[in-house]
Ligand binder design. Structure first.
Ligand code: ZN
Length: 1007
C-alpha cells in the first residue's frame, strides 16, 4: 500500500503462530500416488484409533476427576458427538497461548476475543454479487468452503455493516485430505446466528460440532450499501463532458473486506476466490483475475460476469471495480497482459501511457531480481479519482489515485514524475512482497511495506540508472526523514503489537515504511547484493501463496550467508533493530589513552534522542555494523567493517597522524548517526572546504544531516553545522544541497518568528547565491519534456531557486513576478514545469489579490492533476490572512477542493509563516469535523497534527497544545504525543541553544 506524502511493542506470539500455521497452509499437489498412500494410512489409522480408544477410555475412567479439572478438549481429541454436551468443543484456537480455555465453548464466547478463533478456516469462497449503481446498494451471497481444524460448535468470522439475511451450514461429506463425497453430508442445524459489532464479527452457533479435518460449507446472503467513503466497496465520481459519472471500487486493506462480504478477514486465512458480478451491462467490471465467462442475462436483463478462480490469497487483496473506464494495454514477453484503466478522456490523451510502459519493464525487472515469475495472467492498473491512499497493490488489480499514475509529459515536473514512478515501482514490488508472500500479522507489516519502499529506489534505478536513487536520494528522502521521527522518545519499535481492529491502521506509518526500508538497505549492504538476492529468492519460493513472519526471512538470509561460509546470526542482529525503538548515535574518537598507540579508536554507542536527557537512561543497545575509513587531504582509505556490540569498545584502525581524519558509516548505508570528537569534526570541515570530492556525495549529505541533528539535540555546539555548510558554494551535486535545505527549512520553522531571523536568512543566502546565479533558471520554452530532462541538474536548479526565493533573494522574486505577469497578460503559461510550484507560490505571496483570484480560477479550469495540486498549494502562500481564511473555509465546507486535498491545504497554510497562527487556530476549532472525516484513515490525521504543530516554539503555544491534547481526548492516537514531544523540543532548543546559535552567526568572521 502506498501512503500519500508523509505520516509500538514486543513480539506477540509471532513465532509460534507463524510456524504452526505455516506447516498447515503449505499447498501440496494431490497426486494419485499420494491418494493411495493416504488410503493405506487411513486403514492403519483406523485400526490404531480403535486400540487408542480402548486405552483412552480406560485411562479416562481412572483420571476422570482430573479430566474434569482440566476442562478437556484439544486438538487430537474428538469432542462428544451429537448434541453438544457441557464440555463440547474445547480448544478452538490457532495458537496455544491465545485465550483461556473454557469448558463450554459457547460460554467461552470466542467472538469476544479480538482475533478469530481459527477452529474453522476457509479454503475457498464463491462470492456472487449484484451491484446496483443506480441506488448504490449491492446484495450478495457467499459460499465458503471451510475446513474444521478443531472440533467446534461455533463458527466466528468477520462482517461489518452488512445486513445478513440467511445463513446455512452443510457438511460436505469429505475430509480435508480427500475431496470425495460420502454419505453423512447435509444441512446442519443452526442454534442461533448473530452479529457481534464490537469486534466486527458474525457468529454462527450450531447444534452439533464440526469435526476436525472435515469439510463444511457456510452460506450467507446479505445486503449492503456502496458507501460514499473510501473504505470497503465504495463509490466516487468524475465528470465526463459535463456529465457526472459514478464508479464503485474496493479498498479492503487492512480490515475492510468484511464491509463487503462475510469473511475470515485476517491475513493468515488465505483462500481461493471465485467472484461473480452482476450489474447493469452499461458498466464494465474488473477483478483480480481475468473474466472467465458471462452467464446469460437473468430476469433483470443483466448477465453475471464470472472471474477466474484466484490463487490462495488474503482477503484484503481481493478487489473488484464497476466503472465506465476505457483502457490501453500492452503485453510482456512472458504473455502477461497489462492494462491501464482510467477516465476515457485521460486514456485518450495518453496520460496513462507512461505508467503502462514502466509497469511492463518493471514486471521483467522483478522477475529477474526475485527469480520468481509474476503469478497471474494479467495485471490491471486502475486510476481512480478518489482513494484513501496513493495506491493499493491488489493482486492483478492495483488501484491508484489519479495523481500517482496519470502523467501529462507536457506539464508535469520532474518531481511529479519521480513520485509517480516510485509509487508504481512500489505497488509492482508488492505483487511479490505482499500478494504472493504475506506477513503473518499486522505487527510485521513492515515486512511488505519496508521492502516495497526499499525497492522503490532499486526499481527506479533500473528504469533510470542516472537518477542514482538507492545510493543518493534514499538518504535524504528515507534515512534522514525517518531518523527525525525515530529520534523521539514517543517513537515505537518497527514490529509493534496490534490486537484490536481499530489499532491496525496505526501500523501503516513512516516507521514501518521508511525505517523498514532503511533497515533492509543496511542488511543488504552488510550481506552483499548477490547473497541478499539469493536469500530473498529462497524466502519467496519457500513461502509463496502463504504467509511469513520476520524470523522466516532472517532464517533464509542467514542460510544464504552460511552457504558462503559467513556465519552471521541475522535474526539475532536484526531483533535489536526491529524490537527496540530508535537508533544509536555512534561516537568515534581517537584513543585518549596513553597506553594505546594512536592508530586505535574508541567507539561508543548510545540511544540517540532529541531530548538528550532521556537518552542517558535508555538501556537500548544495538549490533552496529560500522564502516570506518581514514582520510587525508587527497584521498580516503579503504573502509573496514567493525561490529559494535557494546556500549564502548576499542578498535585498531589504519595509520593515523595529526592531519588524518576518520569517517564513519561509509556512504550512509547504516541506520544510525555518527558523531566524532571536535578535533575530527574540525578536520572534516576543513576537508570539505579544501576538497570536498574526497568525501563521497552520500557522505557529504550524511555529514550535513548528522551535524544539524546532533546540534539540535545538544550533542554538538551549534556552530558546527553552520560552519560545515560554509563549503556549499563549491558543491555541484544535488544531494548535499538537498540534505542542507531540509535541515535549513527545519531551522527556519524554529526561527522565522524571532527578532534575529535576518541573521539566519542572510547566512543561508550567502551560501546559496553564487550557485543560484550560476545555475540560473530553466530555459523559457522547455525543450522536449520532463521524461528526457537531466534529473540531477534540473533538481539542483529547482532546489536553489526554492532556497533563493524562500530566503528572500530579490532577483529570484523579480523573476517569479515576471513569469506570473506574463502569464496573466498573455494568458499563456510559459513557466517551465519544473519551477512552476515555486513561481506560483512566490507570485501569490508577493503580488496582490488579483493574482490569487487568477490562480484560484486556473485551479478550477485545469485538467492536469499535477498542475491542479501546484495551483492549490500556491493559494496557501498568500500573505493575506483574510484570503487564507477564505481558502480554509472553502476547502472544508464546499466540494471545490477534493476531500483528500483538504488536509494538505491546512498544512500548507501552516507552512506559511503568515498562516501559522491561523492554521493552528483553525485546526483546533474544526478538530471535531476533521476527526470525524479523516479519523479512520489515521495517517491523515497524524500528518495533519504534525503539520500544524511542528512550528510551535513558545511556552504559550506549548500550553495551548497541552490544553488541546487534554480536551480532545485520545482520538488522534500517537500523533498527539509525538506533536507534544516535538514542540517541547522546540521550546527546549530556544531555552538552551538559541543564544549560542545566534552568537556564532553574529561573529564578524561568519557573516
Ligand atoms: Zn505498500
Amino acid at each position: 500500500m502506498g501512503l500519500n506524502d508523509s505520516s509500538p511493542g514486543a513480539m506477540r506470539n509471532g513465532r509460534g503462530l507463524s510456524d504452526q500455521w505455516a506447516e498447515s497452509v503449505v499447498v501440496r499437489p494431490r497426486t494419485t500416488e499420494r491418494s493411495i498412500t493416504v488410503h493405506k494410512r487411513l486403514v492403519l489409522a483406523f485400526a490404531l484409533s480403535i486400540l487408542t480408544l480402548i486405552i483412552v477410555t480406560a485411562v479416562a475412567v481412572v483420571l476422570s476427576v482430573r479430566f474434569e479439572e482440566c476442562g478437556g478438549g484439544g486438538r487430537g481429541r474428538e469432542g462428544p458427538t451429537g448434541e453438544s454436551g457441557p464440555r463440547g468443543g474445547g480448544g478452538s484456537r490457532l495458537n496455544g497461548s491465545r485465550g483461556e480455555r473454557t469448558g463450554d465453548e459457547e460460554a467461552g464466547q470466542p467472538w469476544k476475543k479480538s482475533r478469530l478463533p481459527g477452529s474453522a478456516r476457509p479454503r475457498h469462497y464463491d462470492l456472487e454479487l449484484v451491484v446496483h449503481m443506480d441506488n448504490f446498494t449491492f446484495s450478495g451471497e457467499v459460499s465458503i468452503e471451510l475446513e474444521c481444524v478443531n472440533a467446534t460448535r461455533v463458527i466466528v468470522l468477520h462482517a461489518d455493516r452488512l445486513e445478513v439475511d440467511r445463513v446455512s451450514v452443510t457438511a460436505e461429506g469429505g475430509t480435508a485430505g480427500r475431496a470425495f463425497s460420502r454419505p453423512g453430508g447435509g444441512a446442519m442445524r443452526i442454534q442461533r446466528h448473530f452479529p457481534y459489532p464490537t469486534n466486527q464479527m458474525y457468529v454462527v452457533v450450531l447444534h452439533r460440532e464440526l469435526k476436525p479435518m472435515r469439510l463444511y460449507r457456510l452460506n450467507v446472503s446479505f445486503d449492503a450499501a456502496i458507501e460514499d467513503e473510501l473504505l470497503g466497496f465504495f463509490r466516487s465520481s468524475y465528470n465526463l463532458q459535463g456529465e457526472r459519472r459514478f464508479l464503485a471500487v474496493t479498498q479492503f486493506s487492512p480490515i475492510h473486506a468484511r464491509k463487503a462480504f462475510p469473511c475470515f478477514d485476517e491475513p493468515l486465512f488465505k483462500a481461493t476466490f471465485s467472484l461473480s458480478l452482476r450489474h447493469d451491462p452499461r458498466f464494465t467490471s474488473l477483478s483480480n483475475m481475468p473474466l472467465a465467462g458471462r452467464s446469460p442475462p437473468g430476469e433483470d436483463g443483466w448477465p453475471a460476469h464470472r472471474f477466474a478462480r484466484t490463487p490462495r490469497m488474503s482477503t484484503y487483496y481481493l478487489a473488484w471495480a464497476v466503472c465506465n473506464f476505457t483502457y490501453r494495454e500492452t503485453q510482456t514477453d512472458g504473455g502477461v497482459t497489462i492494462r491501464l484503466y482510467a477516465r476515457p478522456d485521460a486514456v485518450s490523451s495518453g496520460a496513462g501511457d507512461y505508467a503502462l510502459h514502466i509497469t511492463k519493464r518493471l514486471l521483467g525487472f522483478y522477475q529477474d531480481y526475485f527469480k520468481v515469475q509474476y503469478s497471474l495472467p494479467k495485471l490491471d492498473l486502475l486510476a481512480v479519482p478518489k482513494h484513501p491512499y496513493a495506491a493499493m497493490e491488489n493482486w492483478g488489480l492495483s488501484v491508484f489515485v489519479e495523481q500517482k499514475i496519470l502523467l501529462d509529459p507536457e506539464v508535469a515536473s520532474s518531481t511529479y514524475q519521480m513520485e509517480l514512478t516510485m509509487v508504481v515501482v512500489h505497488e509492482i514490488c508488492h505483487q511479490w512482497f505482499g500478494d504472493l508472500v504475506t506477513p503473518v500479522w499486522w505487527e510485521d507489516v513492515w515486512l511488505k511495506e519496508g521492502f516495497a519502499h526499499f525497492f522503490e529506489y532499486v526499481g527506479t534505478d533500473f528504469l533510470f540508472p542516472k537518477w542514482n536513487m538507492e545510493k543518493q536520494r534514499f538518504l535524504t528522502d528515507v534515512l534522514h526523514e525517518v531518523m527525525l521521527l525515530d529520534g523521539l522518545s514517543s517513537s515505537h519499535p518497527i514490529s509493534q503489537e496490534v490486537e484490536r481492529a481499530t489499532d491496525i491502521d496505526r501500523v501503516f506509518d513512516w516507521i514501518a515504511y521508511k525505517k523498514g526500508a532503511a533497515l533492509i538497505r543496511m542488511l543488504a549492504n552488510v550481506m552483499g547484493k548477490s547473497l541478499f538476492q539469493k536469500g530473498l529468492n529462497d524466502y519467496l519460493l519457500s513461502h509463496m501463496y502463504g504467509n511469513a513472519a520476520r524470523d522466516d526471512l532472517w532464517n533464509k538470509l542467514s542460510q544464504a550467508m552460511r552457504s558462503e561460509g559467513r556465519g552471521i546470526d541475522i535474526g539475532g542482529m536484526m531483533d535489536g533493530w526491529t524490537l527496540q525503538m530508535g537508533y544509536p548515535v555512534v561516537t568515534i574518537s581517537r584513543s585518549q589513552s596513553e597506553q594505546l598507540p594512536t592508530d586505535y579508536i574508541t567507539v561508543s554507542q548510545e540511544h540517540f534522542l532529541y531530548g538528550q536527557e532521556v537518552s542517558n537512561s535508555s538501556s537500548s543497545r544495538w549490533q552496529v555494523p560500522l564502516t570506518v575509513a581514514v582520510g587525508n587531504r587527497s584521498s580516503l582509505g579503504s573502509e573496514s567493517l567493525i561490529w559494535v556490540n557494546n556500549r564502548t569498545e576499542t578498535h585498531r584502525i589504519g595509520r593515523m597522524d595529526d592531519n588524518t581524519w576518520l569517517l564513519g558509516n561509509i556512504n550512509q548505508t547504516g541506520y544510525f548517526r555518527v558523531n566524532y570528537d571536535l578535533h575530527n569534526w574540525k578536520l572534516l570541515i576543513q576537508q570539505l572546504h579544501t576538497d570536498h570530492r574526497v568525501i563521497s556525495v552520500g557522505n557529504r549529505a550524511g555529514l550535513i544531516d548528522d551535524a544539524f541533528n546532533l546540534a539540535r539535540a545538544g550533542y554538538l555546539p551549534q556552530g558546527v553545522p553552520l560552519q560545515l555548510i560554509g563549503y556549499l558554494p563549491q558543491e555541484a551535486w544535488f544531494l548535499p544541497w538537498h540534505a542542507a535545505s531540509r535541515a535549513l527549512y527545519q531551522l527556519d520553522k524554529l526561527l522565522d518568528r524571532t527578532d534575529e531571523y535576518r541573521l539566519f536568512s542572510d547566512y543561508v543566502l550567502k551560501q546559496v547565491t553564487s550557485r543560484y546565479h550560476q545555475m540560473g533558471w530553466p530555459a523559457n520554452a522547455p525543450e522536449g519534456n520532463v521524461l528526457q530532462a537531466s534529473y540531477q541538474s534540473e533538481e539542483l536548479q529547482r532546489e536553489l531557486i526554492m532556497l533563493a526565493c524562500s530566503f528572500g533573494n530579490k532577483q529570484c522574486h523579480r523573476q517569479a513576478v515576471t513569469y506570473i505577469s506574463d502569464w496573466i497578460s498573455s494568458n499563456k503559461n510559459r513557466i517551465p514545469p519544473n519551477v512552476r510550484g515555486v513561481v506560483y507560490c512566490t507570485g501569490v505571496s508577493l503580488m496582490d489579490e488579483d493574482v490569487w483570484e487568477f490562480i484560484w480560477m486556473k485551479f478550477h479550469s485545469s485538467n492536469a492533476v499535477s498542475e491542479k495540486k501546484l495551483l492549490l498549494e500556491a493559494l496557501t502562500c498568500s500573505d493575506d490572512v483574510f484570503l487564507l481564511n477564505r481558502l480554509l473555509n472553502l476547502s472544508l465546507t464546499s466540494d471545490l477542493v477534493p476531500e483528500q486535498d483538504v488536509i494538505d491545504v491546512i498544512i500548507h497554510v501552516g507552512q506559511n509563516p503568515r498562516g501559522r497562527n491561523l492554521a493552528w487556530k483553525y485546526f483546533r476549532e474544526k478538530w471535531d469535523v476533521l476527526n470525524a472525516r479523516y479519523g479512520e484513515a489515521l495517517f491523515m490525521n497524524s500528518k495533519l497534527i504534525g503539520g500544524v504543530t511542528e512550528f510551535l516554539t513558545t511556552e504559550t503555544e506549548l500550553a495551548e497544545l497541552k490544553e488541546f491534547v487534554q480536551s480532545s481526548g485520545l482520538g488522534a492516537g500517537p500523533a498527539l504525543s509525538r506533536a507534544l514531544e516535538i514542540v517541547e523540543g522546540n521550546v527546549r532548543w530556544h531555552r538552551l541553544h538559541r543564544r549560542q546559535f545566534f552568537q556564532w552567526l553574529r561573529k564578524p568572521s561568519n557573516q
